[in-house]
Ligand binder design. Structure first.
Ligand code: ADP
Ligand code: MG
Length: 450
């Protein structure tokens, strides 16, 4: 069996199981390079990644591989030989000067822009949930600096990274590399600033980011609260902004809901062009599936496409993960899969996600979001400030963990009719108010990241 396909399908599954940050940090740049007897060799870009993955994910990966290919006995992780990376880890922080390019070559990412050429505007399916963000993105490629900063926000797996990277790629090719974009996830920016400060190299880190024409910074919510980084980011932001350079930012929530971000930064963001990306509607989900199929030169029956589009509604990454697995299974079995088999696959893939979350995490996230205590939420206090968090907690226990109403009632010291009422009330409110929906999305993200 084709190693590449086997690995793609394994990654598809891991992508669903891990948080996005963890997945891209540890597994995105991995490859299955060889197999001998029962041993499978997986190449990783650094020793650091090797230690981490062996420690945390070995069993999961082995399990998934075995499901797909029962001849797998064990996995050996190797450092990709031609990209051998000097190991100079200072308390887990990488030597960026050296590691950057090695990691980048590995994943096909452009070493100068840090952009993944795979994300393009033409492969981005547009629908009512993202058309405003898309239109602004397109306008920026035609007139750099037109909307500045451009701030895109939305829930997990809905296309933020794809869109902002696509703008960078489009600009890079359109202006024959004369305009220099640079993409950086905010966690990477943070690590580099910390590394620069510790190693007396902050000037070179600064220069790296102030020397660009379009700065694309992903998942800005991770910068908030880290004082030194925020300070650096603020100065970089100002320097670029004052020179009419384009700044593009993504976040999991709107600027006004970035609680730990300094006021001056938040107001700068609000002063730019802010667009959200919401859940894709049915037609768009179908279009995305067709688009991915045509890119992979594969086919599925109308019935199966419809089934996937109906069942996987809230996360395009998850939709893609299931699709990858499905195509892999289809190829392996050499037949079209039955509807029941696909249902089962969806069930299994989405369960993984809810299994990762326990009741305590849900209560904790709700409490954290509203700044109340878990005791308040469970108490019989009827103050408005705790009634809503309580109803939201019950809603999420049902929605994420699929717990029974009697169980939820018991857990919250109430009867099951209260649990049902809460669920329905919150559900209605979500459908009625986009702002409320956004609030729930943000809490869910806190839960999945915990
Ligand atoms: P986010 O950054 O919002 O978490 P991503 O940009 O990583 O989400 O998107 C998740 C996956 O879904 C990516 O593989 C991306 O290519 C795909 N995707 C998201 N939105 C679209 C879209 N509108 N058209 C095509 N693919 C999409
Ligand atoms: Mg992203």
């Amino acid at each position: 069996m084709d190693l590449e396909k086997l690995w793609q399908s394994t990654l598809g599954e891991m992508e669903i199981q891990l948080t996005k940050a963890n997945f891209s940090m540890w597994l995105k740049d991995s490859r299955l390079v060889d197999r001998k007897d029962g041993t499978f060799y997986v190449a990783l870009p650094s020793n650091f990644a090797k230690t981490w993955i062996e420690d945390k994910y070995y069993k999961n990966i082995l399990g998934i591989l075995r499901n797909a290919d029962s001849s797998v006995k064990k996995i050996e992780f190797v450092i990709n030989p031609q990209d051998a990376v000097p190991q100079k880890n200072i308390a887990g922080i990488k030597d960026f000067g050296k590691i950057d390019s090695a990691e980048l070559e590995f994943s096909g990412v452009d070493p100068i822009t840090n952009l993944n050429p795979h994300y393009t505007l033409s492969s981005f399916v547009v629908g009512s949930s993202n058309e405003l963000a898309f239109a602004a993105a397109k306008a920026i490629t035609e007139e750099i600096g037109k909307y500045n900063p451009f701030f895109v926000y939305g829930g997990v797996g809905l296309g933020k990274t794809h869109l902002i990277q696509a703008v960078g790629n489009e600009i890079f090719s359109k202006y024959q590399k004369k305009v220099r974009p640079k993409y950086v996830p905010s966690e990477q920016f943070t690590r580099e600033v910390v590394w620069g400060l510790r190693n007396d190299r902050i000037e070179s880190v600064k220069k790296k980011y102030r020397d660009v024409d379009v700065l694309i910074i992903d998942d800005i919510q991770f910068i908030g609260g880290k004082e030194k980084t925020e300070e650096e980011f603020f100065h970089t932001f100002n320097a670029l902004y004052e020179n009419n350079k384009q700044i593009i930012i993504s976040s999991d929530r709107p600027p006004q809901s970035l609680p730990t971000l300094e006021e001056r930064l938040r107001s700068r963001f609000e002063g730019g062009f802010v667009a959200d990306i919401g859940y894709p509607e049915y037609e768009m989900r179908v279009a995305i599936i067709r688009n991915k199929l045509s890119l992979a030169r594969r086919e599925l029956s109308e019935e199966i496409i419809d089934l996937l589009a109906r069942r996987l509604r809230k996360n395009i990454r998850e939709l893609e993960g299931v699709l990858k697995k499905l195509l892999f299974l289809q190829e392996q079995k050499q037949t079209e899969l039955t509807k029941a088999a696909v249902e089962e696959l969806i069930e299994k893939s989405t369960k993984n996600l809810s299994k990762r979350v326990n009741d305590a995490q849900i209560l904790k996230a709700v409490a954290e979001f509203f700044g109340v205590s878990i005791e308040d939420i469970i108490s019989h206090n009827r103050r408005k400030e705790v009634v809503e968090p309580r109803q939201i907690a019950m809603y999420l226990l049902r929605e994420i963990s699929e717990l029974s109403y009697p169980y939820i009632g018991e857990k919250m010291g109430r009867d099951h009719t209260t649990a049902i009422h809460s669920y329905e009330k919150i559900n209605q409110e979500i459908n009625r108010s986009p702002a409320f929906n956004q609030k729930i999305l943000t809490i869910k993200d806190i839960i999945y990241k915990s």
